[in-house]
Design a protein around this ligand. Structure first.
Ligand code: SAH
Length: 472
């Protein structure tokens, strides 16, 4: 190890920054974040530093650096563009035994600034000991994505209850207790911003920890997670965080293997999708969710797209609520949005459409849509689960007054390998879908927006009109 990572308490202590440019500005900002009393030594400074000095947030000494400037400082940062000045600062600092950081010069430094992930009071510092700052920053970005935004709030929540828990529980019970707080319903609720629920969950954990083992059932929880249209990079950060935490994953047919790959390696995976021609699995899913949560498991219920758009997520929320099982819903990118992005086709567009309706193609379920309203080409209609019913949908729209030239697009396997985009009109979309053997999962987009981009029916999009070599 080239450097020992330590966390320095600077609160109220004087620190000197030599230099007045953007680098000095950045360093001064970090130092101030830690509560240091910053003095900037530079004849001229960045406008923002000048403003901060004017507001009294730091002190500026408008002089060339001399060793006297270090009097009383607990640390110094040399951030000038001039190597000789930086070297002089380093030498005087060493002479006085003051820790010094020279920007971009590990050789002259006695301490270095790490790349920082700040979820105060929880802080992660990453360093490559000056060998590859780019690499350290990349690692930081990856950690950044994995750590929930409200992790600091969770740390404070736990910190504020340390002493009362210490009184209530013995040392042995405490360890397991805090483990469950950090990785169970208390954390989930707090990280989604619900402090009241977190408090209730904490009460339950405390009770379970005080009573004999098994006296109070250890409650698990369910994460109802939208997996997006298929490309795993379209998962939300929270989906990823909870997938890393889940003990069990219940997933549907629409959840891609690539998405499952992002889950915790040792999590149990249970396929709960409908087998083709099989019976409705929903009842079995409800029973499974309840059983697993009652065993104390953290259950990720992964659904394609968004769980609350044609995903029957509402039914699962109801069942869990009825049985008092904590549930967290994480939105996903619904197929309509994934498909629109994949086809670069706006769902609303000035002059083309200012409203969108999502409908289920399976016209047997529930109330029928108002076809007259949907037949207006300036209103975008996105049809889920509509491949098999395509002729029926087209016939109903035409009966309601839609023109033969009403634009239509089909996006098959949006965002997944083998994605295909078909464009046509009501007059030919059925024939096209047959000719190209369109299969589920596919989504149908109707209305003027469906003709938005200049692409050929089929997989390969043509260059846009106006692109080089293409007539405008
Ligand atoms: N909850 C899901 C929808 C489930 S209904 C969501 O929000 O996206 C299943 C229908 O979604 C499929 O029949 C299809 O119409 C659509 N669908 C889901 N994934 C798709 C994809 N990758 N490409 C095209 N359509 C998709």
């Amino acid at each position: 190890m080239d450097y020992l990572p330590v966390f320095l308490r600077l609160d109220g202590h004087p620190v000197v920054v030599v230099g007045g440019g953007t680098v000095a500005l950045r360093k001064a900002a970090w130092l101030r974040r830690a509560g240091a009393r910053v003095t900037v030594v530079a004849p001229g400074v960045h406008a923002e530093l000048a403003q901060q000095a004017a507001r009294g947030e730091l002190r500026q000494i408008a002089e060339e650096f001399t060793p006297e400037h270090l009097a009383g400082a607990v640390a110094v940062v040399a951030a000038t563009a001039d190597r000789a000045t930086n070297a002089r600062v380093a030498a005087s600092a060493r002479e006085r035994g003051v820790p010094v950081n020279v920007v971009d010069d590990a050789e002259l430094s006695t301490f270095i600034f790490p790349a920082i992930v700040d979820r105060s009071p929880l802080v992660v510092a990453v360093s490559s000991a000056g060998h590859a700052p780019v690499l350290a920053r990349r690692v930081r970005e990856q950690i950044e994505a994995l750590l929930p935004e409200r992790l600091g709030a969770l740390a404070r929540f736990m910190g504020a209850r340390r002493s009362s828990v210490q009184r209530a529980l013995g040392a042995f019970a405490r360890r397991g207790f805090w483990e469950r707080v950090a990785s169970g319903p208390v954390a989930t609720q707090l990280l989604r911003g619900d402090a009241a629920q977190a408090e209730r969950a904490l009460g339950r954990e405390l009770l379970a920890a005080q009573l004999p083992v098994g006296a109070v059932a250890r409650l698990g929880e369910v994460y109802l997670i939208g997996a997006g249209p298929g490309d795993p990079d379209l998962l939300t950060l929270r989906a990823l965080q909870l997938l890393q935490r889940a003990d069990v994953i219940l997933y549907d047919r629409l959840v891609s293997e690539a998405v499952l790959e992002r889950a915790r390696r040792d999590a149990e995976r249970i396929f709960v999708g409908k087998e083709s021609g099989g019976e409705d699995p929903q009842q079995r899913i409800h029973e499974l969710l309840l059983r697993l949560a009652r065993e104390g498991k953290r259950v990720a219920r992964l659904k394609g797209g968004d769980p609350l758009v044609f995903g029957r997520g509402g039914e699962e929320i109801e069942v869990l609520a009825m049985h008092g099982i904590p549930c967290t819903v994480v939105p996903g990118i619904t197929a309509a949005l994934g498909a629109a992005a994949a086809a670069e086709l706006p769902l609303t567009h000035r002059g083309l459409a200012s409203s969108v309706t999502l409908i289920a193609g399976r016209l047997s379920d529930g109330a029928l849509p108002d076809w007259r309203f949907l037949a207006n080409p300036q209103h975008t209609v996105v049809v889920y689960m509509g491949v098999a019913q395509l002729p029926d949908i087209v016939a109903r729209l035409e009966a309601a007054g839609a023109a033969a030239g009403h634009p239509a697009a089909i996006i098959e396997r949006a965002t997944l390998p083998g994605q295909r985009i078909l464009r046509g009109t009501l007059s030919n979309i059925v024939a096209l879908a047959q000719a190209y053997r369109i299969e589920p999962p596919s989504i149908l987009i109707l209305g003027d927006v469906a003709a938005f981009a200049a692409t050929e029916a089929g997989a390969a999009p043509l260059p846009r009109a106006g692109a080089p070599g293409v007539p405008a």
